[in-house]
Design a protein around this ligand. Structure first.
Ligand SMILES: Nc1ncnc2c1ncn2[C@@H]1O[C@H](COP(=O)(O)OP(=O)(O)OP(=O)(O)O)[C@@H](O)[C@H]1O
Length: 691
């Protein structure tokens, strides 16, 4: 009988696609072959592939972290697979659980023929393991409901299949199934080809569906290596990123530490600054309170200043008035002073008797009787001379006994210095026998200075006082020596011609010395240095000239030029300080020429003074260098002071009497009233007019 059943042309053996062997191929092959091998080959493949993957990814995979990650993943997979299998086994052993039937037909058809002889239980178990393994193969955990779902579906289908009647080997499985709820498969008679055909068709459909599902799964699985690679790449990338992140984290941690330490430092500094700030705030508060009090004071002071300014203006006006009054009173004082000097006499004579020195105590002294401060009596110890000379009583302006001090002498001189500053010509000279104390009176000794140094000090003191009243003074100094009627410049060692000449355009009393060194002095020390220089030059000349100093006249001239800018007034005065040569009798003198010259000049000085006394028309100034030089200071516009120095000794009696007689005659000479040099409206000294 011909079967009406169509031939199962659609039932074809699936031909595997020719493609490179992939891990999924093995799964496919193992699925097809239904191998009895129960070992977990795909997992072994994964483990075996780890080194290959490591090699493929080079240094990335070589890192212990990567390798360890992969191994952990595989272990996890294995563990899941084993757990799944164990779970399946437990389910199978559970009473009432559906037993996993074998699918002998399917696996026998697609499997190796040599394995078809194995028992249905073995095949069923193998299939179950294979399916379970396939379900647990994915490396990458799929999203829920994909791969796991597939595995569950497989299991379900397997279970479902196991509930259906199986043919062949499946019958054995059904026969051996322990479930009482599963109906026993219907027996198909061998001759019932139609039933068999339908049964085969059903099986074919089931297998076809399974095959398609497996193919889908395999397709999914095929993508797993690439997913694995991607995942590994991502893992490596992630690890690199992690490493970088860790490095970055370390950097950040270091930075954090640095910043933390900085913050700590800053916090400390901030604390200190806060302390300082507190101190500063306190100080600020104090300063502020001080400032406030000072501000108040300032306001008060301002008021006071304004008041003081007003007072100052008032006082300035008063000062101007007083200044004017002072100027006028000063002028009056000058006039009065001059009047007093006139009353005292324009030529004054002081007598000074020096004391015997320590080494002279053995020398006999005359008898000196000082009746009052102006009268002295001299008596010789020699009775013969005493009787012959008679009573020798002399009266002078002042008599200074041996115990008189230099200060006492200068106190009498000082008013004349004042007159010089007021514009008068002053002449102070010391007359007397050699060794009578002329130089001591004029110069003094270093620890007990005489008239000239004290005059210098007084001059500068008075000038500073006069400056307050508007007067400014200039002092010019010259030092010269007259020896044997020849002039010598004591400020210069040069040999030069020096002549006494009349000043051009001046009145007849104005003279000057040509070629003389004139120094302007600004302070007392400067003037003293010049005096020392003059003294040193005189001493040098004295050595060369065999004690010339005692045989010459030394003239120190100080010219005082005062100027009052406000009043445009000028005053010119002068001081001549003369240390005369020793008067000596020609009888006792060894150097006759010198003595003659000295006595001649002293005699001419006497004549001039007497001519002035007698008010003669002609005053013989030019008869000697000394009188010619002192012409402006003798008579007329001048005040003269003569010191008569005498030695106390008996052997000097005659010379002393001679000097005292000369001085007494001079003292009696009453000179005309002196007139002050006064220049108005910038009138020059050359065109001065005595008024
Ligand atoms: N009043 C005095 N008190 C103390 N010593 C004096 C006094 N007068 C003069 N002498 C001393 O006497 C000595 C002679 O005096 P000084 O040299 O002044 O005399 P002189 O007249 O200038 O002599 P010469 O004409 O030789 O220059 C000096 O040693 C001086 O110190």
């Amino acid at each position: 009988m011909e079967s009406r059943l169509p031939k199962p042309t659609g039932l074809k053996r699936p031909t595997p696609a020719i493609k490179p062997i992939l891990p999924t191929d093995r799964i496919k092959a193992s699925t097809n072959s239904i191998s009895a091998n129960t070992t977990m080959q795909p997992l072994s493949r994964d483990l075996q592939n780890i080194p290959q993957a490591m090699r493929r990814f080079g240094a990335r995979a070589a890192s212990p972290e990567a390798s360890s990650a992969i191994q952990n993943r595989v272990k996890l997979r294995r563990s899941r697979s084993v757990n799944d299998i164990n779970e399946l086994r437990r389910n199978n052993k559970r009473p009432g659980a559906p037993k996993m039937p074998s699918i002998p037909c399917k696996f026998q058809r697609f499997g190796n023929s040599s394995t078809t002889s194995s028992t249905s239980m073995t095949a069923s178990a193998t299939a179950s393991v294979a399916v379970t393994r396939v379900a647990t193969v994915p490396v990458k955990r799929p999203p829920p409901g994909t791969t796991t779902t597939t595995a569950r579906t497989l299991l379900r289908s397997t279970s479902t299949q196991s509930t259906k009647p199986k043919a062949g080997a499946g019958a054995g499985a059904g026969a051996t199934g322990s479930s009482s709820t599963v109906a026993a498969p219907k027996r198909i008679a061998p001759y019932d080809f139609k039933a068999r055909f339908h049964d085969l068709l059903d099986k074919h459909k089931v297998l076809k569906a399974k095959n398609e599902k497996l193919l889908d799964d395999m397709t999914d699985l095929e993508s797993l290596p690439s997913q694995l690679e991607e995942t590994q790449d991502k893992l490596i990338e992630t690890q690199t990123t992690l490493k970088n992140t860790l490095t970055h984290k370390e950097c950040l941690q270091r930075q954090v530490n640095q910043q933390t330490s900085k913050i700590e430092t800053i916090t400390g500094t901030l604390g200190r600054i806060n302390c300082e700030l507190d101190l500063l705030k306190t100080t600020h508060q104090k300063m502020k309170s001080q400032h406030d009090s000072l501000s108040a004071e300032v306001l008060e002071q301002r008021d006071q200043i304004e008041m003081l300014i007003r007072e100052k203006e008032q006082l300035t006006a008063e000062r101007d008035i007083y200044k004017e009054q002072l100027f006028q009173s000063n002028m009056d004082r000058k006039e009065l002073h001059n009047t007093v000097m006139d009353l005292r006499g324009n030529i004054r004579v002081f007598c000074r008797v020096r004391p015997p020195l320590d080494y002279e105590l053995s020398r006999l002294s005359c008898t000196w009787t000082y009746y009052d401060e102006a009268t002295v009596e001299l008596q010789s110890l020699d009775s013969q001379a005493k009787n012959k000379m008679g009573q020798q009583i002399f009266t002078f302006d002042q008599v200074f006994h041996p115990n008189s001090l230099q200060e006492d002498i200068f106190a009498s001189v000082a008013p004349l210095i004042q007159s010089a500053l007021d514009g008068y010509n002053i002449c102070i000279f010391a007359y007397g026998q050699t060794g009578s104390g002329k130089t001591y009176t004029m110069d003094g000794v270093p620890d007990n200075v005489g008239v000239i140094p004290r005059t210098v000090d007084l001059l500068f003191e008075s000038i500073s006082t006069y400056r307050k009243t508007g007067w400014k003074y200039e002092i010019k100094a010259t030092f010269l020596e007259i020896y044997n009627e020849v002039l010598y410049d004591l400020l210069s060692n040069e040999q030069k011609e020096m002549e006494i000449r009349m000043a051009k355009g001046a009145n007849k009393n104005d003279i000057y010395v040509s070629n003389i060194t004139e120094e302007t002095v600004t302070d007392p020390n400067n003037l003293r240095r010049l005096m020392d220089l003059a003294k040193a030059n005189r001493a040098t000349a004295s050595t060369a000239g065999n004690e010339r100093s005692s045989r010459s006249h030394a003239v120190t001239k100080l010219e005082l030029i005062g100027y009052h800018a406000e009043k445009d007034e000028m005053s010119v005065g002068s001081i001549n300080l003369v240390d005369l040569a020793g008067s000596e009798s020609p009888k006792t003198s060894v150097r006759m020429t010198e003595t003659k010259n000295i006595n001649r000049s002293l005699s001419e000085l006497t004549n001039v003074i007497l001519a002035l006394l007698q008010k003669q028309d002609h005053i013989p100034y030019r008869n000697s260098k000394l009188t010619h030089l002192l012409m402006p200071s003798l008579g007329g516009n001048s005040k003269t002071l003569m010191f008569i120095n005498v030695s106390p000794f008996q052997d000097c009696f005659h010379e002393s009497v001679k000097s005292l007689r000369f001085a007494a005659s001079v003292n009696s000479c009453k000179m005309a009233k002196a007139k002050r040099n006064r220049y108005l409206n910038n009138a020059s000294a050359s065109s001065n007019t005595s008024c």
